[in-house]
Structure formats: structure tokens, C-alpha cells
Design a binder for this molecule. Structure first.
Ligand code: ZN
Length: 286
């Protein structure tokens, strides 16, 4: 058996993880504990592939209508090879893109394409990845001999995907958000998409610049205290406090599964234990 490739954390920008892996040691332990026996024996331990229909939070807008229905499919060996091939490269977000372009059949009336994947909100992309997981491996994550990060005892755990925290959009058709800033200013924002994510990944090793990429793309207008508006302000012209406020708003309000926030209560020690779920856990190391 070959070593599983290291899959990237779920999507994030700059130093603001939207979801996914924030404590690598715990996630590594989780990956190791995941169906260890199954991986070693090759014996399936799965509650059958699940549904292939999913309803997105935002979806796509076409000819005056929002389309939110999407269809995914079960991944096969060709997909597994394709994903492993990009996983060994230097561009981790390509794994997410490959999962989406192969595992999603359609959104609304359109066949899935790279361009369409880029148009989707990051939260919708993660929702689709969860749906591909469900279609491929079923609806539960099984952990065996997972070390409790609080007391060290080894835990066997079954986690239904539905137990992973999820953020819904209050109004799926609202595409602009107003955020109060310091000194009476406010910003009007849109939520980041896969295409925004792509642009962030093109900036290497400079988190401030990555933040600037997201801010320059997602801040539509800045309203000054006197009511004057600046259309698409340069991200560098925003002060540091406002930049942080805006980025935090984008993180907090992005819809979709919050894989990094999953916790369970360990009965033996009574503690709430963090168990961040990442792609390698969802797809069993691939
Ligand atoms: Zn414990």
C-alpha cells in the first residue's frame, strides 16, 4: 500500500482560514485513526453511497433566476488517480478544483466546468465536496483509536456528516453586505468565490498581500463618515483595523460546512474535544 498523499487544508485566504485545518497535529491524528483497519484490509465499512442531489446556499444566477440544485457523483479510480496526480504538485487548491470538476455533474442546468467552479462561493464549493464525499463513501465518518486530545484515551467514534457545524445564509439572494468600520466608515462587500481563492493562491508567501487580493476583489465600496463613497478602494489604502474587521466578517458569514469547528464530547473525561475535519479525513487520505 502506498503512503497517502498529503491533502491541503480546506480553503482559506491569507491567515484567515474560512474552514478546515487549523490544528494540524489533531487533524493528523484524526487521519491516522480513520478506519485504520479498513485501510489496511481494504474491507469496505461503509453505509453505501448516498444521495447525489444537493441544494447550494447561493448557487448561480442566470437570466434573472437563481439556480441552487446541483448533482454530484460517486468518485471512481480514474478520479482517484487524477486527484493524486495534482495532490503531489505544488498547488494545493488544485486538489479542490479537481474534486469539484470531476465529482460535480451539474449546477442548475449547466455542466460543471472549471469556470463554473470558480464562480461558486467558497462555502458552496465546500458543500459540494461534502456531497461528493457522501456519494462516494456514505454519510458517516468512522474513527478508530483516535487519541483524545484532552485525556489521551483512544476513542472509537462515528460522526454523521450532519453533525458537522454548518452556517446558512440568512438571505441567499443577498449579494452585498454592509460592515461597520472604525470612525463611522462602512464597507460594502461581496462573499469570496473560488475565483477569488485562485487569485489568492497566485500570491505566494505573503499573507498581507493575500489579504489585499481578497479585499481588493470583495470590497465593492467604502463609505466615509460624511457619506462620500469610494468605489473599489485600493486594499492597501484601508487601515489595518478595518482590513481585519472586513476579513473577519467574510470568514464569519461565509456559508457552508465548518469542518474546522467540529467537536465531540468524550464521555470518559467529559471534555469537549476538537476534531478538525479536513479533506484527507473526508476522502480517507485518497
Ligand atoms: Zn478524553
Amino acid at each position: 500500500m502506498t503512503e497517502p498523499i498529503v491533502l491541503p487544508a480546506f480553503e482559506n485566504f491569507g491567515d484567515k482560514a474560512i474552514s478546515g485545518l487549523e490544528t494540524p497535529e489533531e487533524a493528523h491524528a484524526a487521519t491516522q485513526a480513520l478506519l485504520k483497519d479498513d485501510r489496511e484490509s481494504g474491507r469496505p465499512h461503509i453505509d453505501g453511497p448516498g444521495e447525489t442531489q444537493v441544494t447550494l446556499e447561493r448557487g448561480i444566477f442566470r437570466d434573472g433566476t437563481w439556480y441552487r440544485d446541483a448533482e454530484v457523483r460517486e468518485l471512481n479510480g480514474y478520479d482517484e488517480e487524477a486527484i493524486a496526480a495534482v495532490g503531489s504538485g505544488s498547488a494545493p487548491h488544485r486538489v479542490v478544483e479537481t474534486l469539484l470538476t470531476r465529482g460535480v455533474v451539474s449546477v442548475g442546468r449547466e455542466q460543471m466546468t472549471r469556470k463554473l467552479a470558480g464562480e461558486l462561493l467558497i462555502g458552496d464549493r465546500e458543500l459540494l465536496i461534502m456531497a461528493i464525499r457522501r456519494a462516494t463513501f456514505g454519510d458517516t465518518l468512522e474513527f478508530e483509536r483516535l487519541p483524545c486530545s484532552e485525556c489521551g484515551e483512544l476513542v472509537d467514534l462515528t460522526v454523521p456528516l450532519a453533525a458537522i457545524p454548518f452556517v446558512h445564509l440568512d438571505d441567499p439572494e443577498q449579494t452585498e453586505y454592509e460592515v461597520p468600520l472604525r470612525k463611522g466608515r462602512k464597507a460594502l462587500l461581496r462573499m469570496p468565490t473560488g475565483e477569488d481563492q485562485e487569485q489568492v493562491f497566485n500570491v505566494r508567501n505573503n499573507r498581507a498581500k493575500q489579504d489585499s487580493v481578497i479585499l481588493s476583489r470583495c470590497v465593492l465600496r467604502l463609505v466615509q463618515e460624511d457619506g462620500t463613497e469610494v468605489h473599489r478602494p485600493p486594499a492597501q489604502s484601508l487601515n489595518m483595523g478595518d482590513r481585519q474587521t472586513i476579513l473577519q466578517f467574510l470568514v464569519d458569514h461565509q456559508p457552508g460546512p465548518r469542518l474546522a469547528d467540529f467537536t465531540f464530547t468524550h464521555e470518559t473525561c467529559g471534555e469537549e474535544v476538537k476534531l478538525p475535519i479536513n479533506l484527507a479525513v473526508l476522502f480517507r487520505g485518497l
